[in-house]
Design a protein around this ligand. Sequence first.
Ligand SMILES: Cc1cc2nc3c(=O)[nH]c(=O)nc-3n(C[C@H](O)[C@H](O)[C@H](O)COP(=O)(O)OP(=O)(O)OC[C@H]3O[C@@H](n4cnc5c(N)ncnc54)[C@H](O)[C@@H]3O)c2cc1C
Length: 462
Amino acid sequence: MYDVMIIGAGPGGIYSAYELVMKRPDLKIAVIEAGHTLEKRKCPIDGKKIKTCINCPTCSIMNGFGGAGAFSDGKYNITNDFGGTLYEYIGREKALSLMHYVDEINVSYGGGGTQMYSTAGTALKKKCMTNGLQLLEASVRHLGTDINYVVLENLYACLRDKVDFFFDTRVEELIKTDSGFAAHAGGKGQEKVFEASQCIVSAGRSGSKWLEKVCRDLNLKTRSNRVDIGVRVELPAAIFSEITDELYEGKIVYRTRKFEDNVRTFCMNPRGIVVNENTNGIITVNGHSFEDESRKTNNTNFALLVAKHFSEPFKDSNGYGESIARLSNMLGGGVIVQRFGDLERGRRSTPKRILEGMVQPTLKATPGDLSLVLPKRILDGIIEMIYALDRIAPGTANDDTLLYGVEVKFYNMEVELNEHLETAHKGLYMIGDGSGVTHSLSHASASGVYVADRIAETFGRA
Ligand SMILES: Cc1cc2nc3c(=O)[nH]c(=O)nc-3n(C[C@H](O)[C@H](O)[C@H](O)COP(=O)(O)OP(=O)(O)OC[C@H]3O[C@@H](n4cnc5c(N)ncnc54)[C@H](O)[C@@H]3O)c2cc1C
């Protein structure tokens, strides 16, 4: 029996645990995590013996201490403009102050030497505006994949003697009991039951299917109507250096002339690499970059995403995104790569054309034709945006610019929560990406701190 159990050890779960330990060291806290400890998280793809995803029972990229963020680029954006809608629940000022608080912790646990970038006062804003683009406001701490890992190591070292961690322990069922909640975990013959009066669920995107079941079992209201679909663009770092040198990451939005859809840049990785991402067995694309100079490449990558909102009666927006990603997996055996020039000429890219191009891909993907995968409306939006970006970063629309597909940003269904991020069941909180409230490291972490403060207060009153 615990005072608080936290399901999921991603940023949301870690920061809940951290804040609870700081505020109420007397509480008995359990963190239950389906994946491995940080040091055991190793993706088996080595590029030689194992070249593609072999669908491990728990994915080392998405699951384990650090969650989906463990091998991420570690960009902590401090803004209400993107990364989630936490401010709708807790107010803009509170949300920003918690994101700054998380930043202070990151800095004191190993992120001290890293840089904070900001859009404040940048001339790029005007340049974007005069070219039909909008630059969103943010400050961003770029930890980089390497320092992000160090911060996680240090946070774990701080927490491991104060919190009971249960790794490789997947919660199968969450039940409401008379005294709180019971989490049933583990496979046949290895069942474990954890009980606590307060429960924080921070299961992230990888826990989305399980969370749907939890909401059904506990009669919690949800809604889901959005998915973002697009490609990852890779080009010579010099083309985007004016943006990335000043801001590290520019969040730029473009409204297409043809369909009036919003296309946005997402997850910019200056001098980084393009990587595979596995979501529920479907291979999509993502990107990383490193703080360490020796690991930097000559290419910059970023995603171009089109948000697709569905209206009644269609409800399965993630299913729609999955079907498109599956189509690319069917045609390419995984991720497809295509030169922008080939896409414009209506022909597939071939290994020869990619090899002869001036941009050498940092991800081994199958040369192919993205027009066979992406719906016309989405593809037209992406092409329009590439030409718009070419006006502020000349060379973006070069023939050799590489497009990897597909990149899909799945949104968890939104669970009905009150202003404390508490569900209809008192003492059951849902935070982070799993709740549908956040979609980023900083927002997920901030939501963890917020709920932990509330729980610490609740126990204080008891
Ligand atoms: C490759 C990559 C790069 C990214 N880069 C950035 C970036 O630079 N900046 C940014 O802001 N965001 C980035 N993101 C997104 C960011 O990682 C997430 O927004 C963030 O990790 C969400 O935190 P979370 O705690 O809500 O969920 P997660 O980090 O997904 O953690 C959830 C945890 O819950 C566990 N879990 C799930 N179900 C169960 C269960 N039933 N029982 C027990 N445990 C369970 C999972 O194993 C997982 O470890 C990136 C994501 C990826 C995949």
